[in-house]
Design a protein around this ligand. Structure first.
Ligand code: FMN
Length: 384
């Protein structure tokens, strides 16, 4: 088995500073295998008894390779590289016996890694780590923020799958405390609560506006190919911002850049019931330049932005901000699709010091993640 710790960064603060610099990445390098090599024989996921948490269904809706087209997961991922690896710590009340398992998303099989740790609660805890090489293969020194964002997206995919299957109280750990696992989602068995995480880091996340997703909604989620013109309606933009704020509160702030007739950065009002002007002026061409020169962003109907994570943030803060941003943008993406919008995450940002661009002190308020939004048909446009 690969030693994942080998490629964890010694200095995440320096890695983020370099990823944010204008330095271009070098040529692509080999990405390695699409799936981490787990030890031992693969085992199928058994069908679930009536009282059991159906791990097979849960993984199919979130992390299993989706179809025969080479798509590696139903969740989004920078460059479609899918660096996130999942270990399942299985307690009582699941369709697998208790133990620790590595998950192979291509074959939808598990590998038994050992017994469950003492005190494992009922249900399953999915622990996420990353194979750094996969994202480095294309993004080079820009990989680390993307690896963290991707992990947040994977955690959100599993959280939504649990809600789609009617699981009552999934708990999400995006505290940024550890390098490995980076994040975890705990899903209790049907009707079960079990104790909260001993580290106290588990958080209950509110549902999407309009309620939990359906399984079909999750399997149909895609990133719309650019271009993405057409301003979202006030109502849709408000729902997307509200989803992001509720899921990604804490270290991050949220706003959305919109174009004519009144170009501005919009944010949610304090009571969450309306949009307010956060800053006047056209930001989208600057955002296009900051996002590795993706020119199509200048004409996107709107660009949702997670911002914060100052230059002096320590490693735990950097992990937390990026994990939460990925998690919240994933939920915002599903909300956008629900409102009939086109949407695509945008995760690679250089020199994107939003605070300084708005005239505040430099190095305090950087773009962390984004979601480009548009209307599916330009003739359905509404202005914001
Ligand atoms: C963290 C993250 C960053 C991304 N950044 C970009 C980006 O900068 N530009 C872009 O066109 N797509 C970006 N994407 C979208 C991916 O290319 C897309 O998720 C991937 O191709 C898989 O397609 P799917 O989302 O339709 O499953 C990003 C996705 C994630 C999760």
């Amino acid at each position: 088995m690969e030693d994942l710790r080998e490629d964890l960064p010694m200095d995440l603060v320096a890695a983020l500073a370099r990823a944010r610099s204008p330095e271009p990445p070098g040529p692509d390098t080999p990405a390695g295998g699409a799936v981490r090599t787990w030890p031992g024989p693969p085992r199928p996921l058994p069908s679930a008894g009536p009282a059991d948490l159906d791990l097979g269904a849960l993984l199919r809706l979130s992390l299993a390779a989706a179809d025969d087209t080479g798509r590696l997961r139903p969740a989004s991922s920078a460059g479609a590289l899918h660096p996130v690896d999942t270990e399942l710590v299985v307690g009582a009340g699941c369709s697998l016996p208790p133990g620790r398992f590595g998950y192979d998303p291509l074959r939808h099989r598990v590998h038994h890694l050992g017994p469950q740790p003492e005190g494992t609660p009922p249900g399953v805890t999915a622990e996420f780590s990353v194979t750094v090489r996969r994202t480095v293969s294309h993004y080079g020194h820009r990989a680390w923020p993307l690896l963290l964002l991707d992990t947040g997206h994977a955690a959100a995919a599993l959280f939504l799958a649990a809600r789609a299957l009617g699981t009552d109280k999934p708990e999400v750990r995006l505290g940024g405390v550890a390098e490995s696992p980076l994040a975890a989602v705990r899903i209790p068995p049907p009707g079960g609560r079990g104790p909260a995480h001993p580290d106290g880091g588990g958080a209950r996340v509110p549902d999407l506006p309009g309620g939990p997703p359906t399984p079909a909604e999750l399997l149909a989620r895609r990133s719309t190919p650019p271009p993405m013109p057409g301003a979202p309606s006030q109502n849709a933009l408000q729902a997307v911002l509200a989803t992001a704020e509720r899921a990604g509160a804490g270290d991050l702030n949220w706003c959305a850049a919109v174009g004519p007739p009144r170009p501005a950065l919009m944010a949610l009002s304090a009571d969450g019931t309306a949009l307010r002007r956060y800053a006047a002026g056209e930001a989208r061409p600057t955002l296009a330049a900051w996002a590795a020169g993706q020119v199509w962003l200048a004409d996107a109907g709107a660009v949702l932005l997670a911002h914060g994570c100052p230059a002096d943030a320590d490693a735990a803060h950097i992990r937390r901000a990026h994990l939460r941003a990925g998690f919240a943008v994933h939920l915002a993406h599903v909300t956008a699709l629900r409102h009939g919008l086109a949407a695509r995450p945008v995760g690679s940002w250089q020199q994107a010091d939003l605070g300084a661009a708005l005239g505040a002190a430099p190095d305090r308020d950087w773009v962390v993640h984004g979601l480009a939004l548009g209307t599916r048909h330009a003739d359905e446009e509404n202005t914001t």
